[in-house]
Write a protein that binds this ligand. Structure first.
Ligand SMILES: Nc1nc2c(c(=O)[nH]1)N[C@H]1C(S)=C(S)[C@@H](COP(=O)(O)OP(=O)(O)OC[C@H]3O[C@@H](n4cnc5c(=O)[nH]c(N)nc54)[C@H](O)[C@@H]3O)O[C@H]1N2
Ligand SMILES: Nc1nc2c(c(=O)[nH]1)N[C@H]1C(S)=C(S)[C@@H](COP(=O)(O)OP(=O)(O)OC[C@H]3O[C@@H](n4cnc5c(=O)[nH]c(N)nc54)[C@H](O)[C@@H]3O)O[C@H]1N2
Ligand code: SF4
Ligand SMILES: [Mo]
Length: 885
């Protein structure tokens, strides 16, 4: 974009900032609408997205409302002053340390914190409290990549850049559902393929995901077998003479042992056919420009670090690293997952890629911080940290910007551990999270759109997040809250920052010291950045120092090991730690859906985003559905020794028999029993400490109910029945319900559920068929409605939800739109609210044959593009329907 255009955009009142969701790190233009909201557009000037946004980014404006926000500190659930809350927090931490030593306290933080927040938290714990007990949800996310990088490169550094996607000849996506989880990168690859039809895409995933829409080859690998696959590839690389001898002899050690282990490993573990394996190795070996992208299917495994190194081995053996269009590419999940790794948020890191185990590094950082004490070594990693909480060893715990009662493995156990801890502080945007509800003190933090700082995305690009809205109520920035507590613990001078820029300067200066100590993370160019320049800081790729600016790493070797050589590792594949047996015969795979973010504290506020997937579900193969006596749209109980959940059955051949998939997003706030982490076993990788979030062993039985219900309501409801899940709709809420015992009186049930005394009631009961419909009207308008049946309720959700607030009771009670108003069906395109039926009808009637044609006809897929893989799937479905006719 020209400077003129840029100026025009700022003149139009938009604040240039960065999306707070995934690690793509898209630039966003946020313009206050004057009514407390924000209008959102993609920032054409940002290198990550060049103006594109996905459905979640586009809907950011719907998530900044204050309805559920915490606006003042709470002590014991009661509003309190900042002074009282901060005094209490500092006092409890001081007392615990005085009595039991520094390791009796802990911080559990998040890759969604800004770098400046993270820097202060890390400095306070490691340099002033003097314990390593600060860990982050990145332990559940990136830890295996961090450990794999450090083992191979001697540093946790992603060598490549996003533009490698555009330059590549082959892109291999391993354990990555890019279409839903990094949608703008997916769109970049889709665009690259349109420009270069020779670009080949391979997806390695036990599930046939939306990402497979782009794949020339989908390898439905056996869960956990990735190291066996890449070992097999390494053996083939050697067999076919594709080893880059010059690179290996100059820059790599460990080649022979790695190859020997690769040759000894059993390719049959992958469950793939000889033909599939041959296709894969041919594609990978024949093209030099290969990018291997990997994500949670690799990291979240009890052998995650080995999987990472098995992938890195192949790139090192071929010297395909650090040059345009090639390299291993671990994509980060959270907006600042990478920044947290740089700043030392993990219990086993220091700051600026310095090593906590290294006494020289510790001494240098201590000197720089002028700190009284220093963590003597690594602290507790997340799973161990909550075990120590359970054991009563952690007396005071501060949880910042994460929701472990939902997202940690063995979540029921973690929830109980937090509930039993002597003193728990939670800093969050809302007190309505499963974790905050267990805290003694809840502190109101400013959130995206209100706070200022920097984040680093997957390609090491550091961008500003900027405030576009004022802090609501008494909310304060996370770094500010940390400094307030530090001051009350006696370290006011070292935590006297007035602005995030001041923290950033200190951080940049420390990175200069790290540079001198031989580390790669060096942004010392910014050590004296002015407030003004920080305000206008444009995105840049690190390093930025006298020694090196931006670009890729390792094309010419120069690794950060003692001999400057990369290490290839001898990998012996290990399969998931939880073994399947007669009691728990299914492998539970978990992950994400397109339009929700983690525990949904923000995306659930958006009706648009809530329309795509309205409730927690279990994706399960038709053979298993039949074998277990389940039925589509009925309920399944999934359980093991750790817990139990109830999920809607989504019959699908996208998952292989024996393996099921459930999304991680639902919490006790949004569903009766949808917390899938209650089932995830805390089997951790021995090197990284990352848990195997994709590999629990579970049993599945039908959850038999006497009745099913669907309800809509203008106001929030708190159902008490055996099964419920609720989602935002445009004018209120939509709720799925079910129960074992059938209530005797549906009118009384509705009155209980909806409240609304004085509302006019219209009831239709067909006792013989077990049907009931109750509508509640206020001033002639529909305020709530309940539909009950013995089978899953067959009303049109979208249609009924749209009638909230309307005066159209006949249409409401019919539950379906009339012939004059066809039912659009479940939402596919969230941006333009286009439903599946509308799309299928248009495909048939207008003979549409491409995603572009659907876009021209219905607008679907023309804004953020997140639904384009699903549109392609509908086209394929329509085609196969036609073929069958
Ligand atoms: N919509 C949305 N996007 C997000 C997020 C979100 O909450 N919602 N969260 C962000 C965050 S923090 C993260 S970490 C990323 C995660 O991004 P991804 O890693 O792409 O997402 P997941 O759905 O967790 O898992 C990816 C895939 O791993 C597959 N898998 C499971 N087991 C194996 C295995 O053994 N081998 C292989 N090869 N594959 C396997 C699963 O079937 C799944 O499709 O997404 C980010 N983006
Ligand atoms: N089964 C299963 N479990 C998983 C995963 C999986 O794939 N499967 N994935 C794992 C991964 S990769 C991740 S990253 C984790 C994510 O898990 P969590 O980090 O627990 O999930 P979030 O919902 O993002 O929690 C962020 C919390 O911080 C609050 N918040 C948002 N912005 C701010 C802010 O600026 N300041 C403060 N103080 N609070 C804020 C939000 O309201 C929310 O409560 O889940 C992990 N758990
Ligand atoms: S791809 Fe979507 S969620 Fe990720 S940063 Fe971009 S707009 Fe945000
Ligand atoms: Mo993540």
């Amino acid at each position: 974009m020209s400077t003129g255009e840029e100026a025009q955009e700022s003149a139009a009142g938009a604040i240039r900032t960065t999306c707070p969701y995934c690690g793509v790190g898209c630039g966003v233009l946020a313009r206050p609408d004057g009514a407390g909201g924000l209008e959102i557009r993609g920032d054409k000037a940002h290198p990550a997205n060049a103006g594109r946004l996905c459905s979640k980014g586009s809907a950011l404006g719907e998530t900044v409302g204050l309805e559920d926000r915490l606006l003042a500190p709470q002590i014991g659930g009661q509003e309190a002053s900042w002074d009282a809350a901060l005094d209490l927090v500092a006092g409890k931490f001081r007392a615990a340390i005085a009595e039991h030593g520094p390791d009796a306290v802990a911080f559990y933080v998040s890759g969604q914190l800004l770098t400046e927040d993270y820097y202060v938290a890390n400095k306070l714990m490691k340099g002033f409290i003097g314990s390593g007990n600060i860990d982050t949800n990145s332990r559940l996310c990136m830890a295996s990549s961090v450990a794999g990088h450090r083992r191979a490169f001697g540093t946790d550094t992603v060598p490549g850049l996003y533009e490698d996607f555009e330059e590549a000849e082959v892109i291999v996506l391993v354990g990555s559902n890019l279409a839903w989880c990094h949608p703008v990168l997916y769109q970049r690859i889709a665009a690259a393929r349109s420009a270069n039809p020779d670009l080949r895409v391979v997806v390695v995933d036990p599930r046939r995901t939306a990402t497979c829409d782009l794949a020339d080859l989908h390898l439905a690998i056996a869960p956990g077998a990735d190291a066996a696959l890449f070992n097999g590839l390494l053996a083939e690389i050697a067999a076919q003479g594709a080893v880059n001898r010059d690179y290996v002899s100059a820059h790599v050690s460990g080649f022979d042992a790695a190859l020997e282990a690769a040759r000894a490993s059993d390719i049959a573990l992958t469950g793939l056919s000889a033909a599939e394996l041959a296709d894969f190795t041919r594609l990978w070996i024949s093209a030099e420009k290969v990018v291997t992208v990997y994500s949670q299917g690799v990291n979240q495994s009890s052998s995650g670090t080995d999987k990472v190194n098995a992938i890195l081995n192949c790139h090192l053996a071929t010297g395909r690293i650090g040059r345009p269009g090639m390299g291993p590419f671990s994509v980060t999940g959270q907006p600042n997952a990478m920044g947290g790794r740089e700043v030392g948020g993990l219990a086993n890191m220091l700051a600026c890629h310095l090593d906590i185990e290294n006494p020289d590094h510790r001494a240098a950082v201590q000197g720089f911080w002028a700190s009284p004490t220093m963590a003597p070594g690594p602290g507790l990693k997340a799973v161990d940290m909550f075990r120590a909480v359970e054991a009563g060893q952690i007396k005071a715990l501060w949880i910042i910007c994460t929701n472990p009662a939902v997202s940690m493995p063995e979540a029921d156990r973690v929830r109980a551990a937090i509930a039993g801890c002597d003193f728990v502080v939670v800093s969050d945007l809302t007190a309505q999270t499963d974790t905050a509800q267990l805290a003694h003190v809840v502190l109101p933090a400013t959130g995206w759109g209100e706070k200022d700082g920097t984040v680093t995305n997957s390609e090491r690009c550091i961008s500003r997040q900027r405030a576009a809205l004022p802090a609501p109520g008494q909310a304060r920035a996370d770094w500010q809250i940390l400094c307030d507590v530090a001051a009350r613990m006696g370290w006011g001078d070292q935590f006297s920052y007035k602005t995030p820029a001041e923290i950033f300067r200190e951080y940049a200066a420390l990175s200069g010291l790290a540079g001198i100590l031989g580390r790669d993370f060096d942004i010392s160019d910014f050590a004296t950045i002015s407030e003004e320049d920080y305000d206008t800081l444009a995105p840049f790729v690190w390093p930025q120092s006298g020694a090196k600016r931006g670009g890729r790493f390792f094309a010419e070797g120069h690794f950060y090991t003692s001999d400057r050589k990369a290490r290839m590792l001898a990998i012996t594949p290990r399969m998931p730690q939880s073994v399947l047996n007669a009691a728990t015969p299914f492998r539970l795979n978990t992950g994400r859906v397109r339009d929700h973010w983690h525990t949904m504290t923000r995306t659930a506020k958006s009706p648009r985003l809530s329309a795509h997937m309205g409730e927690p579900y279990l994706e399960i193969h038709p053979e298993d559905v039949a074998r277990l006596g389940l039925a589509p749209a009925h309920l399944a109980e999934v359980s093991n020794a750790h817990g139990r959940v109830i999920l809607r059955v989504l019959e699908s051949s996208r998952v292989p028999p024996g393996t099921v998939f459930a999304p991680m997003h639902w919490s006790a706030q949004t569903a009766a029993a949808g917390r899938v982490d209650a089932l995830v076993t805390a089997d951790v990788d021995p090197v990284s400490g990352q848990p195997e979030s994709k590999g629990a062993a579970v049993r599945i039985v039908p959850f038999e109910v006497g009745w099913f219900g669907f309800a809509v309501s203008v106001k929030d409801v708190y159902p008490g029945c055996d099964y419920w899940a609720k989602a935002r709709s445009k004018a209120g809420w939509r709720i799925e319900l079910a129960g074992r015992e059938t209530p005797g009186n549906w009118e009384a049930f509705a009155a209980d559920l909806f409240g609304l005394p004085g509302a006019t009631r219209i009831t239709m009961i067909d006792a013989a068929r077990g049907l009931a419909r109750v509508a509640l009207l206020q001033e002639g308008r529909v305020a709530a409605a309940l539909f009950v049946a013995c089978e899953p309720v067959a009303v049109s959700r979208g249609h009924v939800a749209a009638l909230i607030g309307a005066c159209d009771q006949p249409a409401l009670l019919a539950g379906r739109a009339g012939a004059d108003r066809p039912d659009p069906g479940a939402t596919i395109c969230a941006c333009f609210d286009v439903g599946v039926n509308t799309i299928l009808t248009a495909i048939a009637a207008q003979r549409l044959t491409s995603v572009e044609a659907i876009g021209e006809a219905l607008q679907a897929g023309t804004n953020c593009g997140s639904c384009r893989p699903e549109l392609a799937a509908l086209l394929a479905q329509a085609r196969s329907g036609l073929a069958a006719e």
